[in-house]
Design a protein around this ligand. Structure first.
Ligand SMILES: NC(=O)c1ccc[n+]([C@@H]2O[C@H](COP(=O)([O-])OP(=O)(O)OC[C@H]3O[C@@H](n4cnc5c(N)ncnc54)[C@H](OP(=O)(O)O)[C@@H]3O)[C@@H](O)[C@H]2O)c1
Ligand SMILES: [Zn+2]
Length: 338
C-alpha cells in the first residue's frame, strides 16, 4: 500500500509517498481501507518540527488522526465491527485504568494520547474506537468530525452555551473555528467570528455566523466586539493575545474555553478582572467517543453538514499542508487515499 509520511520536519516539501507492506490487524484491531483522512493543525505542528511529540529520531512519521473508511479485516478478538462496515475512527487513545478513565470523561485520561496513521491507503486501528456510519453520512464529511468538530462541541458544552447566548469565535474560518460557528448555530446561540480575510468571512456568514469582524488587531476587535454586545462565552483556539481580548469582552460570569495556541502559547491575564467579574477560564482537549457519535447523528439527520475546504489525492498530501499554511481555505482539508 501507499502511505504519505513526513520524511523530514520542515514543511510541506517533506511529505513523501512511499510503498510499504499492507498492515495485518493485531487481535483487537481492524484494518480500514481509508477513504478520507482530514488534516488538523496538530499534524502541521508535527510537520513543521513544532511538536514535542515527534523528533527526527521518529522519522519517517505517518500522521493523520481523522480516518473514515471501510473495514477490510479484523483481528481475532474483534466482534464490534466486520469487514464491509462503513466507519469513522475516534482517535483518542486512553489507558482504561486511571481514575479519570473510570470516572470519565475519558479525555481526561492520565495517559491520553492520539492515534496517528491515517495518511495511508490502509490503517490498522483499535476496533473499539470505530463508530459506525449511517448510509447518509459520506466518508469525507465523517473524516471532518473527530478532532475539529468534537473539540468544538465539547468546548460548547464546557462553556454551557444555550439558546440565545452570544459566543465569540476568534479565528472562525479553519477546522475548529468553522465547527464552532456551525455548532453554535445548531444550539440556537449566536456567534461572532473573526478572520483576516473578507472573502472567508462571507463564507462563514453563509454558514450561520451572526456577526463577523475582519481584523487581527486586538484593539479593533475589542471596539467592534463592544459594539455588538457583551459575550456569554468565548471559544478560544488561538491563545496568545486573543485570551486577554476574549476575557475583556466577556460579560460578568462569562466563560472562556481554550483548546489551542495558534497565535501564541502564552497569554497575559488581568487577574483582578478575572475575579471581580467572576469569569471562568476552562481548558479543554478533544472530547469523548459519545460526542463523536452524537455528531455523526447530527450529520445523518441533516442538522449539520461539515464544511470541506479542499479534497486531495494521497500524492497531494504535501499540497494540502501547504494550503493549510497559506490560510486561503475555509473548513476542513481532507486527503482521500482510495
Ligand atoms: N486541544 C484540542 O483538543 C485541540 C483540538 C483541535 C485543535 N486544537 C488547536 O486548535 C487550533 C486550531 O486548529 P485547526 O485544526 O482548526 O487549525 P486551522 O484550520 O489551521 O485554523 C485556521 C484558523 O486559525 C486562524 N489563524 C491561523 N494562523 C493564525 C495566527 N497566526 N494568528 C491568528 N489566527 C490565525 C485562521 O485565521 P484567518 O481566517 O485569518 O486565516 C483560521 O481562522 C490549533 O492551535 C490546534 O492545535 C486543539
Ligand atoms: Zn486513563
Amino acid at each position: 500500500m501507499r502511505i504519505a509520511p513526513f520524511a523530514g520536519l520542515g514543511g510541506p516539501d517533506d511529505v513523501t509517498v512511499q510503498d510499504v507492506d499492507d498492515p495485518d490487524p493485531e487481535p483487537a484491531e481492524a484494518v480500514v481501507s481509508v477513504r478520507a483522512c482530514s488534516l488538523n493543525r496538530h499534524d502541521l505542528w508535527i510537520l513543521e518540527g513544532e511538536s514535542a511529540m515527534v523528533d527526527t529520531e521518529k522519522l519517517p512519521f505517518l500522521s493523520g488522526l481523522d480516518v473514515a473508511g471501510v473495514v477490510e479485516s479484523v483481528g481475532e478478538r474483534v466482534d464490534a465491527v466486520s469487514p464491509g462496515d462503513r466507519v469513522v475512527l475516534f482517535p483518542n487513545e486512553t489507558c482504561g485504568r486511571c481514575r479519570y478513565c473510570r470516572e470519565g470523561p475519558e479525555n481526561l485520561c492520565e495517559e491520553f494520547s492520539l492515534y496517528h496513521g491515517g495518511f495511508a491507503e490502509k490503517a490498522a486501528v483499535p476496533a473499539d474506537r470505530l463508530v459506525h456510519l449511517p448510509d447518509g453520512v459520506g466518508m469525507t464529511s465523517a473524516a471532518a468530525l473527530p478532532t475539529a468538530y468534537v473539540t468544538a462541541w465539547r468546548m460548547l458544552r464546557r462553556a454551557r452555551v444555550t439558546a440565545g447566548d452570544l459566543v465569540f469565535v476568534p479565528g472562525a474560518t479553519g477546522g475548529v473555528g468553522v465547527a464552532s460557528v456551525q455548532l453554535v448555530d445548531v444550539l440556537g446561540a449566536r456567534s461572532i467570528g473573526t478572520s483576516t480575510s473578507a472573502e472567508k468571512l462571507e463564507r462563514i456568514e453563509e454558514l450561520g455566523a451572526d456577526h463577523t469582524i475582519r481584523s487581527a488587531d486586538p484593539d479593533v476587535l475589542e471596539a467592534e466586539l463592544r459594539e455588538i454586545g457583551e459575550t456569554d462565552a468565548v471559544l478560544n483556539h488561538l491563545g496568545g493575545e486573543y485570551t486577554d481580548l476574549g476575557l475583556r469582552t466577556l460579560r460578568r460570569g462569562g466563560r472562556m474555553v481554550v483548546c489551542g495556541r495558534t497565535a501564541g502559547a502564552t497569554s497575559e491575564i488581568d487577574v483582578p478582572a478575572m475575579f471581580l467579574n467572576h469569569l471562568q477560564l476552562i481548558g479543554s482537549t478533544m472530547g469523548t467517543q459519545g460526542d463523536l457519535e452524537r455528531l455523526v447523528g447530527l450529520v445523518a439527520d441533516g442538522t449539520l453538514e461539515p464544511v470541506i475546504g479542499g479534497e486531495y489525492a494521497l500524492e497531494e498530501t504535501g499540497r494540502a499542508f501547504a494550503d493549510m499554511q497559506d490560510r486561503e481555505r475555509v473548513g476542513k482539508l481532507v486527503v482521500q487515499p482510495n
